[in-house]
Design a protein around this ligand. Sequence first.
Ligand SMILES: Cc1cc2nc3c(=O)[nH]c(=O)nc-3n(C[C@H](O)[C@H](O)[C@H](O)COP(=O)(O)OP(=O)(O)OC[C@H]3O[C@@H](n4cnc5c(N)ncnc54)[C@H](O)[C@@H]3O)c2cc1C
Length: 381
Amino acid sequence: MPRNIYDEDHEAMRASAREFVARTLAPRAEEMIEGKSIPRDIWLEAGKQGFFGLDIPEEFGGAGVDDYRFNAVVAEEMSRFNAATSSCFGIHSDVCPPYIVDLGTEEQKQRWLPGMASGELICAIAMTEPSGGSDLAALKTTAVRDGDAWILNGSKTFITNGYQADLVIVAARTDPSKGAKGITLLMVERGMEGFQNGRKLDKVGMDESDTAELFFENVRVPDENRLGPEGMGFISMMQRLPQERVGAAVSNVAHAKAILEETIQYAKDRKAFGQPIGAFQHNKFLMAELVTKIEVAEAYVDDCIAAHAEGKLSAVDAAKAKWWSSEVQNDVLDHCVQLHGGYGFMNEYRVARAWRDARVTKIWAGSNEIMKELIGRDLGF
Ligand SMILES: Cc1cc2nc3c(=O)[nH]c(=O)nc-3n(C[C@H](O)[C@H](O)[C@H](O)COP(=O)(O)OP(=O)(O)OC[C@H]3O[C@@H](n4cnc5c(N)ncnc54)[C@H](O)[C@@H]3O)c2cc1C
């Protein structure tokens, strides 16, 4: 089904992202799997190509493009390569910058945004803690005022880009008596005494992404690193989660679509009982269903992209896109593995890795149960 949300400028951006994948990422796919991260020089190259500064105003080194469709085409192309690269770049370039652009002081913007746009400062956002991620308002990391600074103590886990991060947006409790209204965002920088990036966690998928624990032991964070007003951290996160969730949905659909296309080709090439395996009615009908599921999901996500580009996407609709697309993605990829037979279980086949990678999309960016909780509440329950 033809898509109608992108014009020729978006397609030009897609072409340059596709070229970047072919020239810079694809030849180093194995290196990234083994290193469990994206090498620094690739971050710098992506910055040079302009993939990181879309949401960053020109005066701070970005492109100042106020059109989410550009972010979406880049995310689609990265996801077609693999879901991990899309998530690492997405956190750095789509999720983190709006916090600083919207909430930062002039001095903070000058200090951090140019490095984020160029890829020199890798950024992460740390909400989840070992004691829980869904109940964000219950987070335990504390920051206590001490003159012109905050003393930060606690830890975070499962943080994308956490191992390499130079700059982390940390949600900390600054007032224990105020629940959600007692949470403040602090910018923690690499090298601050008492701040430690933990090991790269051993995951069942998304091998190329660095996902780490972060430890804070009496870290002295100057008040000038506070992002936004005291006590507004929770609300700031809630306001920006729709962008993270629509980004997740874009990636989920593009990732599954790419592997499905490859699977359809495989079903044409692979023979059993003297005919292509795709010619068996069961498989033909199955692929007909999978293509339909992807296109229907894509149509809804496209509407969300277009709405978000106009600043009109609601948190509830973003939640619908996030949970539904992740279910479709997992369903489609599971069938793609089956269609590959034994090869589908071999890591050297992209389909096997994609299937493993997809599992987390039902868990992160707010679990699918939390998405349904948000949607259910909107129904008046
Ligand atoms: C690879 C990876 C990367 C990640 N990257 C980041 C990152 O960059 N930054 C960050 O802050 N976090 C990140 N996360 C954390 C992720 O967002 C959390 O794992 C997620 O929010 C769930 O939190 P939890 O793991 O603590 O599970 P819990 O909150 O302990 O939930 C456990 C189970 O209980 C269910 N549950 C909880 N509450 C309810 C409820 N009210 N109703 C029904 N069911 C409920 C959940 O849906 C889940 O199934 C990442 C996670 C992974 C695995």
